[in-house]
Structure formats: C-alpha cells, structure tokens
Unconditional design. Structure first.
Length: 350
C-alpha cells in the first residue's frame, strides 16, 4: 500500500462556534476529559486523570509563565496601535507583533498607554522579519506587569479580566516569557496534584515559551510548504535524569500539552537541552521520548492537529474529534481535554 501524502485539508473539521469556550470551567479540574486511549472514546472528568496513570509514569509539565504581553498606544500622528511582545531580547529590547493601520517608519517613538515609550528600531530577526524590533523606555517585564493585558487567543472575544489573569495561567507557572498558555496544564489544580502525589506519580518540568504562532492555521495546502514558527525551550538536567529513571523502571513519559511534546522531541532530535525550536511534527514522525499525552482540542488545519494525528493516528484522532463535537465538548484554550497514547504505526485513511 502506498503511503498516504497528507494535505492541510485532511486536518480540517466542522466546529460549531458555540463550542469554542469563552471562559474556563468553574473549577480547573471540573473540565471534561475525553479518554482516547482505547479503540472507543470514553467520556470522563479531568480529575479522573490520576486513575489513568501508574506510579512508574512520569508527568512532564511546561512551567512557562504567560506575561501580559498585549500593550496599547499611539503613533505621533494619533493613530492607535497594539503591540504583542513575542520575545524579550538580550539587551532589553523586544520583538513584537504590531497591529496598526499604517506601519510607522524606523525611528518613530510610540507613546504607549501607561506613560512609557517604545522606539521602533526595525524588523526582527532581520530586515525581512515578520516581527518589529523595539526598545521600551524601561524594563520590559516590569512594563508588561504594570501596563500590559493578558494576551488572550484571537478566538476569545472578550477583553481580558481578573478571571483571565488568574485562569489563563497554570498553577505551577514560574518562568516568564510565554504569550499563550500551555493550555492542557490549565486543568491541573491542587486536588489533582494531591491525587497524583497519593498515587506516587512522578513529575518533572521543561520550559517552552509559547509564541503567538501556535494559533496560526496552516495556509498552504501542501504541508511541506508551511514555514514553522520558532520558540525558546529548555530541558533541565533534573528532567533529563527523571526521564532516564522512568525508562529504567518501565514507566511512560506523559507530556502535558503539545508544547511539552515540542520541547522533549526537539531535545531528542537535536541533542541540545536549550535553544530555539521550529520542529514540525506531522504523520510519519518518529517520536523518541513521549509515550502518552494530555492535550486540549485544537484548531482545524493547525500544526497541532497534525502533531496529535502523528502521535495517536490520523483515523483515530479524527474519530475522536467527531465524537467530541457530537458530545458537545468545549474547544480550544479554555476548553476540555483529551488523553492519548502513542500509536507505533500512525494510521491513515485508505
């Protein structure tokens, strides 16, 4: 049988708009959990997750912290603009997306809400770069903390609120730098963590600073033509040791979220514990680290749909998504979660 060549349209699906969650579940662990570990889907609640794990398993979290990266201001002409700080660079400058009617010239001093200034230095990472290179009149992290807004995803339609400050952040976030939350980890609360402890399940952490590119659909029909976004990652020595110990005792490495998968498989592929990753995981990818995955439901035609199809099998994932839509699961960042096991031979439609 000839191996199927996938196109972007293969990862499309119909999603009723009302299933896109605009607010989190009342309690983090009260979200639903679609158990896709078997041949047939099983509907669970997220707080059931510890019962699906064994003491030999290792849960790996992404401990990045979402920063208030959305800033508002104006050009000298009075035209309003919005900055989304994608990355704080060495030397204190920033790389940012800019939403404005007409892009200002290099050297323009932007007057930002809150009384600080942002000077446009050019493009980043080079003259043809998609991001803007700016210097803020103060420490970037302090400015974002004081004057920024939670960078909610584009499909969440309300302005950020105190609820978002608290809930668009994991309970174990500690390394600031993300402009999007590692959303599968949003479901973990003290109740679930205590149950994991009682069960003897081991935990470890990596850091990947999630970028805005995570929300971008693939615009080319040929997957091979898609240019993947880059994100910074780090795999601590303690986590490397924990993974080795998990392997030695016959346990499973369980990634909490696709960002953790990107981090661990980038480390395995490159041999580098820290760096920038543009890894693009599509069906046929050879996973080296991750055995099981906790993940939310993803956008149609996205690189994340391609990743989980590579992980659990295309047919299986698309069937699970059909079930999720029919069963009225809540989708995307504030939505419900899935539990998946890695398939050794990802399937494709015949």
């Amino acid at each position: 049988m000839t191996e199927r060549i996938f196109t972007t349209s293969d990862f499309d699906f119909a999603l009723p708009a009302e299933l896109i969650a605009q607010h989190p579940a009342p309690e983090r662990s009260s979200a639903r959990l679609l158990d896709g570990s078997g041949t047939q889907p099983v509907d669970r609640i997220f707080r059931d997750l510890p019962t699906l794990l064994s003491p030999d398993d290792l849960l790996v979290f992404n401990d990045t912290q979402v920063v208030k990266a959305r800033l508002f201001g104006a050009k000298p002409t009075g035209g309003r603009l919005e900055l989304l700080i994608e990355r704080v660079l060495q030397g204190g400058t920033v790389a940012a997306h800019m939403k404005v009617s007409k892009k200002p010239p290099v050297g323009t001093v932007l007057r930002m809400d809150g009384g600080f200034a942002a000077t446009l230095l050019g493009r980043w990472p080079n003259a043809e770069g998609a991001l803007f290179h700016l210097r803020l009149s103060g420490d970037a992290y302090a400015i974002m903390a004081a004057h920024g807004h939670v960078p909610l995803p584009p499909y969440i339609t309300h302005a950020d609120s105190d609820e978002d400050v608290a809930r668009y952040q994991t309970v174990f976030a500690k390394n600031p730098g993300a402009v999007a939350a590692p959303t599968a980890a949003l479901h973990f609360d003290e109740t679930v963590l205590a149950a994991l402890n009682a069960r003897g399940v081991q935990r470890a952490a990596v850091t990947l600073h999630v970028g805005a590119g995570t929300f971008q659909p693939v615009k080319t029909e040929s997957i091979a033509e898609h240019v993947m976004h880059h994100e910074r990652y780090h795999v601590p020595q303690a986590t490397q040791a924990a993974i080795a110990a998990c392997r030695a005792r016959g346990g499973r490495v369980v990634a909490v979220g696709t960002t953790t998968v990107r981090t661990l498989e980038s480390w395995a592929q490159s041999g580098q514990a820290s760096g920038d990753t543009g890894i693009f995981i599509t069906p046929g990818f050879g996973f080296q680290v991750v055995d099981a995955l906790v993940t939310n439901f993803h956008l149609p035609r996205s690189t994340l749909m391609m990743m989980i199809s590579a992980f659990a099998g295309y047919d299986h994932v698309m069937a699970l998504y059909r079930h999720a839509v029919a069963a009225r699961y809540r989708f995307f960042s504030y939505g419900d979660a899935m539990w998946l096991l890695r398939r050794r031979q990802p399937s494709a439609p015949g």
